[in-house]
Design a protein around this ligand. Sequence first.
Ligand code: FE2
Ligand code: FE2
Length: 405
Amino acid sequence: MKIGIYGGSFNPPHLGHLAAAESAARYLELDRLMLIPAGIPPHKQLSADAPAPVHRLAMTRLMGAQIELDTLIPVEVSDMELTREGKSYTSDTLRLLHERYPDAELWLLMGTDMFLTFHLWHAPEEIVRHAGLCAFGRTERDGEEVFAPQRAFLGEKFPGCRIVTMTLPNLVEISSTELRAGMVSGESEKMLAPQVYGYILREHLYGTNLDLKHLTIPQLRPIALSYLKAKRCAHVLGTAATAVKLAEKYGADAHRAEVAGLLHDCTKKLSMAEQLALCERYGIVLDELEKKALKLLHAKTGAALARDVFGVDDEIYNAILWHTTGKPNMTVLEKVIYLADFIEPTRDFPGVDTLRRTVWEDLDRGLLMGLEMTVEEMQEMGSPIHVNTLTARDYLRGKENEGKA
Ligand SMILES: [Fe+2]
Ligand SMILES: [Fe+2]
């Protein structure tokens, strides 16, 4: 097994780190990538405004999930250096990883600066005993003329050490200092993965100080993504965009539709225990089915979180609340969110095109079709169906029959 190890302050993790990690992971054909935020780095002091370790860990996890989604290489984010007492040495980390994975081929990933000063690190001979060195140039200037002499020098000093160097094309050069300085103005957004930027705004890091209850859509969008698993981001953006179009066609408020679309799955990634903790916190009462069905819970906790953290109004709250089961006599906005979630562009299931067509022809007929498809699917899987879904369907069937009478 080939494992890449990429350590750093990750203060914050940015697109330069992401692109470097992805290129190196593909180039080395890694089986796994480990991202290790540094505790107290021996070679530099953290900036005065550095967020608490728990935040650097959370941001690195968000970036790691994106790398995993992009490369399909499993990514693990380790807190082993953050929880270690005293100075954090790479040689200690590699010794521990070698003990943990005695048969693995370890590769230490680093940028040019680190590579050029590698011989000055603490116990470099121990590092090269356990791992190969993979250095990537981050700018056009970091080519062979810089790498070759150092490669020869290290090869002589540490006979047998494995070294790979590469200059990554199109890699943006990002200075973390400038990045932090441009955070308050919003200038730095383009240098960060959206979910990482959203996390910074949501946790008020690096001097940002947004009022979460009065966000614009461009501010809310990355923040909403910071709550999601990386693979669900496209679904949520698709739901929000579809909700806006449906709202415009059927006369609901487009802004509310977008907010509800962005936040509708904001608690979806939480575990059962975390969901139940939120229910307790927000005084959410559950029926017997909801106590067992994680999928049903996220609509209730999501609505409560959206109201508590982002101050959404009752219309948005209810659109999130009913997006999974539906209910009789839904408002136009509730129907819009229920259906946008169902037909957004990344959805792919048998019958989705017919459903899409129907929704665009007639909102209520589309809703009835969506509810019937849900009931049918649950019956096929032998899953219990929530009573609200059945009454929602029967309500619409009754209305249809009224129309025919
Ligand atoms: Fe959902
Ligand atoms: Fe959804």
